[in-house]
Every structure is written in structure tokens, then in C-alpha cells.
Design a protein around this ligand. Structure first.
Ligand code: AMP
Length: 465
């Protein structure tokens, strides 16, 4: 659909066209008309689907149409879980509202509060905030929320995971009961539905993505590998396949720091972004990555939540997340706004439970692909079938026998450099891994006779491979 068909103000259409958008995304097509009607809305949209514009555009329009000439007061309150996301929403407000006279302020923790107080005292129509800092400012009596007519809860599922719901309820009690609420969530879990029932009034439900399916434009595969060789494998892949602009996820902050150390030692330009870093350090790391001064950004789930980098080609899961839905969020960092992306996961034997949970959550098996020289000595157990007990097929990177010891591994690793070209496209966004879920299920899942289902001995595998 064209944006001009939505009845948006010419000033908004001009800003959209300058941004280079030609057509609406699915969530925009449905949520913009709904938000313009003043109804409560509950929308499920995967990350990267254009959901920020889906609420920012109609809100800018309504604020402009209902302008009064008094000092600006907070009429739209947007609450979001992370600092990065808050900053990005504010960027969108400024971008789309550049030809309108709407004031906006963003507040989040981890930075000095006084400049925010100073900005708020000058008045604002839109306030974008993370919950903790918002409550601090309310306590200091800097913010008056009595004129809020629209509350936006962005990434509500993540706010729930992060334990922000009591804060949200406290904030809700400070704003007029007559306000309307727009709730956005990547997934609609039962808890989100419960939250929506308690906070929304007969919401219009918009669900543009099937529940817990991964974005169609992202091709996905896993490399089975031993835990203690994951860093070497990652370094090997980055160098061999000349990976640039890769977002790598680790489960812990220490894991992220350790990995950056190993990458730096190997001469790879990288930085980490996680909750133990100051806001300044996080902003600098993100800016350096976006400007291509670093090639690899290592992040934990929470810190990465708000990262929006257009045309991010590849996401690597160095560790699988403990919560299966985080996998969906992680890989949603690539394949954004219709652009193709790849997601590669390094999976060790102890992560089989997480892998099975993820495969159940996304309802497909991830294609396995062992890298020569890094074949795991600890066997990664088979995936569980959704309908039959057949295992996912292991797809070797070539037909060489498995090396028996480290020196043999290193030798074969050198040989592997030679065939890098062919697998480069595969792992750098143009993977042949099918994008279509039903096709993927068929290809990555090859039922074998029951005699072949258990793991073959090393000798047998050497013969087979
Ligand atoms: P979001 O889901 O809001 O984080 O948006 C993801 C990315 O899509 C952002 O980089 C937006 O600038 C971009 N985007 C939003 N709407 C459109 C559109 N209609 N066409 C192309 N890109 C868009």
C-alpha cells in the first residue's frame, strides 16, 4: 500500500518520502488506520517490521490536528524497555516529524538526569521513556502525566521479561483513565494477553506475523562445535569468509568481554555492548559499528534489543539463548524491512535442550553444517521431530574424514581455506538454506532408516564422509 492512501498529513508524507520508503509494511498498513481512530490497539509484529513508524506516524498526525497554543504538555507517553530502543524511537519521532511543530523528549537511565530535567521543564508533547528513569523523574515532580491521552507500550513482551510490569502499573495509575493504549509485542504469550486484558479497553487486535515464526527473509543454520573451540571457529569463519557487520550474541556479559578479547587478539575489529557498559560506551560502540570502524559487535540479549542497523547481513549466536523466544528476537536483527539476512548458530553438545526448545518454538529444524577442522568431539544430540523420531541430517562442509587430533585438525583447517569461496555466499546472506518454512522442514530433516539414527562410530563416520 502507498502511504498516500492512509490519509496522512502532507508534512508526514514528505518526511516518509525523504526517508526513501516506497510502500507501507504489513504492520503499518493495519496499525496506522487503527491508531488514527483512537481505538486501543494490541499489535504483534516481529522486530524489523517497521512497527515504530506504525505508531509514531499516526500519533504525530493526531497531536498536530489537536494542537493547542499553550505550553506543551505530555500528551503521548511511549514506554520502552531499553535505552537504545528509546533513543531510536526518539530518532524516528524527529525524522518523521521534521516538518511538524511537535516537541519530543527522550529520557532513560545510565546518563545524567539534570539535562533531561532541563529539557522537560521546557515542555514536550511526546515523551519517550524507559520505566525506571520515568518514575525517578515523576518522583522528583519534574513530569506531569495528567494530560496523557495516549500511552504506547513498546516491546511489551520484553518489558515483562525484564520485570518492568509493576513499574508500568505504577505509571498507569498516574495517567488519566480515559487515555487510550497501544501495545506492541513481538509475540503474544499468555502473560501478554493477561497484561493486555488488564490495561486495554476492547483492543483491536493486529497480528501480522504468525506466532513465534522467524522472519521469512532470514536463512538459518547451525554449526555443531565443541564449547571450547567456539572462539576459534568464529575467528576462522570471520577471516575465511571476510565477514563484516556481524552482530554476535553471547548469553552473558563476561562471555561477551571474553569473546571481544579473543577477537581483538586475532586482529579482528570488535567491541561489546552489554548492561555493564556505561550508556556512553554503548552508544560509542554502536556508532563505531554502524560507521564500519568495527566489524563485529558482540552483544547480550537485553543490550541488543533496541539495535536497528539497516542491512545487517548476519547474526551469529555464539551461545544459544536460554529463552527460545529470544532466538526470534536475535535473528530479527537481520533480514529487516524485507532485506535478506542470515543467522548462524554455534551449538555445543550441552546446548541441545535450548536447540530443541528453539526448534519447537519456530516449528522447524535448523540445518546442521559441520565445519572441517572444527567437528565436535562431544556429539550434539539429534533434534526432536515434531511428527516422527527422525534426526536432523548433518551436512558436512566437505567430504573429508574427521581429523583425529588437534594437529590433524589444524592441518585440515588450512586446507579448508581453499574452499572458502563456495561457502562464503552460503554464510553471508545468500544461503541456500531455504527461507520458506515448509521447504526448510523438508530439506533439513531427512528421515533415515532406524539403523542409521544413532551416532556412527568415528571410523564409520570417516567411511561415510
Ligand atoms: P522497526 O521495526 O520500527 O525497528 O523498523 C525497522 C527498519 O525498517 C527501520 O530501519 C526503519 O527505518 C525501516 N522501515 C520502516 N518502515 C519502512 C518502510 N515502509 N519501508 C522501508 N523501510 C522501512
Amino acid at each position: 500500500m502507498q502511504f498516500s492512501q492512509l490519509g496522512l498529513l502532507p508534512e508526514l508524507l514528505r518526511a516518509i518520502s525523504e526517508k526513501g520508503y516506497s510502500k507501507t509494511t504489513a504492520i503499518q498498513e493495519k496499525a496506522i488506520p487503527a491508531a488514527l481512530t483512537n481505538q486501543d490497539v494490541m499489535a504483534s509484529a516481529q522486530t524489523g517490521t517497521g512497527k515504530t513508524a506504525a505508531f509514531v506516524l499516526p500519533l504525530l498526525q493526531q497531536l498536530t490536528e489537536n494542537r493547542n497554543n499553550n505550553k506543551a504538555q505530555v500528551r503521548v507517553l511511549i514506554i520502552t524497555p531499553t535505552r537504545e530502543l528509546a533513543a531510536q524511537i526518539q530518532d524516528s519521532v524527529l525524522t518523521y516529524g521534521k516538518y511538524l511543530q511537535i516537541k519530543s523528549v527522550v529520557v532513560f537511565g545510565g546518563v545524567k538526569i539534570n539535562p533531561q530535567i532541563h529539557q522537560l521543564r521546557r515542555g514536550t508533547d511526546i515523551l519517550v521513556a524507559t520505566p525506571g528513569r520515568l518514575l525517578d523523574l515523576v518522583q522528583q515532580k519534574v513530569i506531569n502525566l495528567s494530560k496523557v491521552s495516549t500511552l504506547v507500550l513498546d516491546e511489551a513482551d520484553r518489558m515483562l521479561d525484564m520485570g518492568f510490569i509493576p513499574d508500568i502499573k505504577r505509571i498507569q495509575a498516574l495517567i488519566p483513565a480515559t487515555k487510550r493504549t497501544l501495545l506492541f509485542s513481538a509475540t503474544f504469550s499468555n502473560e501478554i494477553r493477561k497484561l493486555a486484558r488488564s490495561m486495554l479497553n476492547k483492543p483491536l487486535e493486529i497480528d501480522v506475523a504468525p506466532r513465534n515464526t522467524t522472519i521469512e527473509t532470514v536463512s538459518q543454520k547451525i554449526h555443531p562445535v565443541d564449547k571450547n573451540t567456539k572462539s576459534s571457529l568464529l575467528i576462522h569463519l570471520i577471516k575465511k569468509q571476510s565477514w563484516r557487520q556481524v552482530l554476535v550474541f553471547t548469553r552473558t556479559k563476561h562471555g561477551a568481554n571474553r569473546l571481544v578479547k579473543a577477537l581483538t587478539k586475532a586482529g579482528i575489529r570488535s567491541d561489546a555492548i552489554h548492561g555493564n557498559k556505561t550508556q556512553g560506551a554503548r552508544t560509542r560502540a554502536l556508532a563505531a559499528f554502524k560507521n564500519h570502524e568495527t566489524d563485529i559487535l558482540v552483544a547480550t540479549d537485553i543490550a541488543a534489543r533496541g539495535i536497528d542497523i539497516i542491512q545487517l547481513p548476519l547474526v551469529v549466536n555464539f551461545d544459544l539463548p536460554n529463552v527460545a523466544e529470544d532466538y526470534v528476537h536475535r535473528i530479527g536483527r537481520t533480514g529487516r524491512a524485507g532485506i535478506k539476512g542470515s543467522a548462524v548458530s554455534l551449538v555445543s553438545a550441552d546446548e541441545i535442550k535450548q536447540l530443541r526448545d528453539i526448534e519447537r518454538c519456530i516449528k522447524m529444524h535448523l540445518q546442521r553444517h559441520e565445519i572441517e577442522g572444527f567437528e565436535p568431539s562431544q556429539h550434539l544430540a539429534e533434534s526432536r521431530s515434531f511428527s516422527s523420531p527422525a534426526p536432523a541430517r548433518i551436512n558436512r562442509s566437505n567430504n573429508k574424514a574427521r581429523p583425529r587430533n588437534r594437529s590433524e585438525k589444524n592441518r585440515s583447517q588450512l586446507k579448508t581455506e581453499h574452499h572458502s569461496q563456495s561457502s562464503q555466499a552460503n554464510s553471508n546472506g545468500q544461503s541456500s538454506t531455504p527461507v520458506n518454512h515448509s521447504r526448510n522442514r523438508i530439506r533439513s530433516f531427512s528421515p533415515k532408516p532406524s539403523t542409521q539414527r544413532s551416532r556412527p562410530s568415528q571410523a564409520a563416520r570417516s567411511r561415510v564422509s
